[in-house]
Design a protein around this ligand. Structure first.
Ligand code: CP
Ligand code: NVA
Length: 333
């Protein structure tokens, strides 16, 4: 794992596919060790800063538990809880935290903040989600697809339906292309990935042998695929006033029994979570009142079905983030 020593994770595509897969292999090994009760702490004495300018359940807790399991310490700095952005620049914050900590995780809106932290901190920086990318989620998604398929990863097909210009749409498209997979994106024209991202995926696909499809035809995208991913229709940081327009655009892309049937019996359902799959949130309840449907981006019956692997996927956030920490910070990886 020498490649990863001291490296940052800003976006997955900045790293060679073999090294990304090596990280996923390490995560699988760490997961097995933890299950067997034989995990060895390799990060004793390390300190990790966790900056969250947006809320989180999985990413925050994955970083914290991964640190605890490996003997590292961490500091959670929640939204509005540091001087960053109001009283202090990214460059100064990075230079201070880089003196205290061995690594910094950052979640927020702007990719440029992650880039600034990388530039000035002098320690590894991990992108815990920006408006552009969600690379630690990609590591978990790849591990989960590998665990739930008998095929070599390069023969696995997956579709992503929903807001394909968001961090998940962009990340899944590029990850599939990077790893030589069969990746299909289905979204209405207004919500398709940025042209530059599509072109980057197509260029990567030429090198890796990936198949890349971007379409507005949901049934065409899911036909015969191994995994169907979706995400919330309105992301963190977006104004709630966009819900109505987004719903009108995305209703044909809602993951329901009809689309799962169009995919075929082999298809598993994935979602980075949190998901609006029932009526227990105000948006979920409003959606039910407006449309008579339980679950916004995914029907409740699909979310709770045997086809859903979403909690394995969520668990894998911790194992893959642990692998990232060990590979970048440990001298014995
Ligand atoms: N999937 C994900 O990033 O979840 P959180 O927002 O809870 O961290
Ligand atoms: N697209 C979602 C992902 C959440 C993990 C958001 O940014 O809110």
């Amino acid at each position: 794992m020498g490649y990863w020593t001291g490296k940052s994770l800003v976006a997955l595509i900045e790293h060679p596919p073999a090294e990304v897969l090596a990280l996923v292999d390490l995560a699988a090994a760490l997961k097995a060790d933890k299950r067997a009760g034989v995990e060895q702490p390799r990060l004793t004495g390390k300190n990790v800063a966790l900056i969250f300018e947006k809320t989180s359940t999985r990413t925050r807790c994955a970083f914290e538990v991964a640190c605890f399991d490996q003997g590292a310490n961490c500091s959670y700095i929640g939204p509005g809880r540091s001087q960053l952005g109001t009283k202090e620049s990214v460059a100064d914050t990075a230079r201070v935290l880089g003196r205290f900590y061995d690594a910094i995780e950052y979640r927020g809106s702007l990719q440029s903040v992650v880039d600034g932290l990388v530039r000035y901190a002098g320690v590894p920086v991990y992108n815990g989600l920006t408006d552009d990318y969600h690379p630690t989620q990609m590591l978990a998604d790849v591990l989960t697809m590998r665990e739930h398929s008998d095929k070599p990863l390069a023969e696995v097909s997956f579709a992503y339906l929903g807001d394909a210009r968001n961090n998940m749409g962009h990340s899944l498209l590029l990850t599939g292309a990077l790893l030589g997979m069969d990746v299909r994106i289905a979204a209405p024209n207004a919500l398709q990935p940025d042209q530059a991202i599509i072109e980057r995926a197509q260029a990567l696909a030429k090198e890796t042998g990936a198949q890349v499809m971007v379409t507005d035809d949901a049934e065409q995208a899911v036909a015969g695929c191994d995994f169907i991913h979706t995400d919330v229709w309105v992301s963190m940081g977006e104004d709630s006033s966009v819900w109505q327009e987004r719903t009108e655009l995305l209703l044909p892309y809602r993951i329901d029994a009809r689309l799962m049937q169009a995919a075929g019996k082999q298809a598993k359902f994935m979602h980075c979570l949190p998901a609006y799959h029932d009526r227990s949130t105000s948006f979920g309840e409003q959606f039910y009142e407006d449309h008579g449907l339980v679950g916004i981006e995914v029907a409740h019956e699909i979310f709770e079905s045997e086809a859903a692997v979403v909690f394995d996927q969520a668990e894998n956030r911790m194992h893959t983030i642990k692998a990232l920490l060990v590979a970048t910070l440990s001298h014995t990886n």
